[in-house]
Design a protein around this ligand. Structure first.
Ligand SMILES: [Mg+2]
Length: 264
């Protein structure tokens, strides 16, 4: 019997990767993904990290498995081919162009936004290759207040949104997020949402923790309340276990439930 789940899309930090644990990616999760990949199930890491940040953390984790595809910086898509990751050329090009056009439109406003933040909060505002406006706040409540201010600004610029994860935030194009990246990968692999499972723990995961993209939703004990709420409201699985242990727990729950349903 073929697996009822064909794509597993997991966030990385806090969902499967626990930086200060040893090992940082739970053995139960690695063993389960290894077994499922052998049966043709495909694993996607859907993360805010860029390629070098993710590859470095994966290497440090010393795991025996590799994801079949990546969504990086919550927007760019890469497929594993011949032992390397090859960009989805058309998608990534459109994504880059959309961001360049958007950032050219807002550049004039950025000094004003930066001054507003720096006058009120202990936060570092900086530019990186993915956004001309990124920030790291010292405290979570500062990040929340800045997020509200930036949301107000975004309402004045069509196509602009804030991507935030804990105390980190950046401005980006709202046409790209983890959910849309997952949908494009599923389209390329010709897999419908009934066969997709998504797991995440923080704000930047909310766009993919939706049943229009993934029928089966999983979160873990360390997820923020907003994520646990949205997963619960869609009858998803909220594990009492943390990080990769929780995701493995959720995967096992769905594999059992779906195989039982198939027998009825
Ligand atoms: Mg996370």
């Amino acid at each position: 019997m073929s697996q009822p789940i064909k794509i597993i899309s997991t966030d990385f930090d806090g969902t499967i990767f626990a930086e200060f644990e040893n090992p940082p990616i739970a053995k139960t999760f690695v063993a389960l993904i290894s077994r499922l990949q052998a049966q043709g199930v495909r694993w996607v890491i859907n993360t805010g990290r860029d390629m070098s940040g993710l590859m470095e953390a994966l290497a440090r984790s010393q795991i025996s498995i590799q994801p079949n595809a990546l969504v990086l910086v919550e927007r760019e898509i890469y497929f594993h081919q011949d032992s390397r990751y090859v960009g989805h050329a058309e998608w990534n090009r459109d994504c880059t162009v959309a961001h360049e056009e958007l950032f050219a439109r807002i550049r004039v406003d950025l000094p004003r936004l930066t001054q507003w933040v720096e006058a009120r909060y202990e936060a570092t505002v900086y530019e990186d290759p993915y956004s001309p406006f990124c920030l790291i706040a010292r405290r979570l409540r500062d990040a929340e207040a800045i997020h509200e201010y930036l949301d107000d600004y975004c309402r004045t610029v069509p196509g602009l949104h804030v991507v935030r994860n804990d105390v980190y935030a950046r401005l980006a194009h709202s046409g790209y997020d983890k959910g849309k990246g997952l949908a494009e990968i599923a389209r390329r692999w010709n897999v419908s949402r009934e066969h997709i499972l998504a797991a995440g723990d923080h704000l930047n995961d909310l766009p993919m923790l939706r049943q229009e993209y993934a029928q089966h939703l999983v979160t873990n004990a360390n997820a923020i309340p907003a994520v646990r709420d949205i997963v619960r409201r869609q009858n998803g699985f909220v594990s009492a276990l943390a990080c990769g242990h929780g995701v493995a727990n959720g995967l096992e729950f769905y594999l059992k439930k779906l195989s039982l349903q198939a027998k009825i």
